[in-house]
Design a protein around this ligand. Structure first.
Ligand SMILES: Nc1ncnc2c1ncn2[C@@H]1O[C@H](COP(=O)(O)OP(=O)(O)OP(=O)(O)O)[C@@H](O)[C@H]1O
Ligand SMILES: [Mg+2]
Length: 258
């Protein structure tokens, strides 16, 4: 049975997709079989592995029709060329997921659809990570119902704290449908230690949330952005060694906690 981890924060641009892609690749490199599910109509996770050009089928059809199995695409440029690396696969999304979300609203058991689909594949993987859109709509709820753990990437800014509070309240609501959901960790995913505000907010978060904040921080690093735009993980991007070390350290923390 796979450990299913939702990556969520309703605030936009905090590093959800970047975390899912690079942590997923790091877990594969650590010898785990990993499936990454793109549950965002923006399809950024799909693009992060350069898969957007040849997407035939997406997660949307499998949410709308239970009989259609999830399309699982193996990623060649994940971490597979590294020694010991296991398989990294992606369930792609495209913009059609937005209209599928609207159609889901009229379907029975709309919050449970991803959970039921993942049950069919969860024996094949060690970790399944779900990238979610920047909202608390039915797609994010599907992810939080399917998962047993949630990783919350955040920027270390005062404005981010309010978002964390809202997410905490939503997670409490979700417990009604999914009582086993737990926060695996809060991740400082774009940390700039040169800025006083960021150091202060990071310190506040560690005081408020204690060990639930991952010890590993991912620093802001242009190579992370460039790798994403080039459609690959940092493990296949020249000059991204610092980012590689950070995501491997994060993967080790995740394996220990999960
Ligand atoms: N540590 C980092 N250093 C530099 N750039 C980063 C870092 N993490 C993420 N980024 C960049 O920040 C932008 C937003 O990141 P990302 O797309 O992962 O956020 P998101 O939370 O998934 O956004 P959305 O809410 O739109 O889905 C991207 O351009 C990404 O490349
Ligand atoms: Mg995203």
């Amino acid at each position: 049975m796979a450990t299913i981890i939702a990556v969520a924060n309703q605030k936009g641009g905090v590093g959800k997709t970047t975390t899912t892609a690079n942590l997923g690749a790091a877990l594969a490199l650590r010898g785990c079989n990993v499936l990454l599910v793109d549950l965002d109509p923006q399809g950024n996770l799909t693009s992060a592995f350069g898969l957007e050009k040849d997407v035939q089928q997406t997660v949307a059809e499998s949410l709308l029709d239970r009989r259609i199995p999830l399309p699982v695409v193996e990623v060649a440029n994940g971490a597979a060329s590294h020694e010991n690396a296991r398989h990294l696969s992606v369930v792609p999304a495209a913009v059609g997921l937005a209209s599928a979300e609207a159609q889901l609203m009229n379907k029975l058991g709309r919050e449970l659809r991803l959970r039921d689909q993942l049950l069919n594949v969860s024996d094949t993987f060690d970790y399944i990570m779900i990238d979610t859109p920047p909202s608390l709509g039915v797609l994010t709820i599907n992810a939080l119902v399917a998962a047993s753990r949630v990783i919350i990437p955040t920027e270390a800014r005062f404005f981010s704290l309010q978002g964390l509070q809202m997410l905490e309240e939503s997670i409490e609501e979700i417990l009604y449908l999914n009582p086993r959901l737990e926060v695996l960790g809060i991740l400082l995913s774009k940390m700039d230690r040169r800025l006083k505000e960021e150091r202060q907010v990071a310190q506040y978060l560690r005081e408020r949330w204690g060990v639930r904040v991952f010890g590993t921080e991912v620093a802001t690093n242009s190579k992370i952005l460039e790798a994403g735009s080039a459609g690959t993980s940092v493990f296949h991007y020249h000059g991204a060694e610092k980012a590689v070390d950070a995501y491997l350290a994060l993967a080790d923390e995740v394996i220990t906690r999960a």
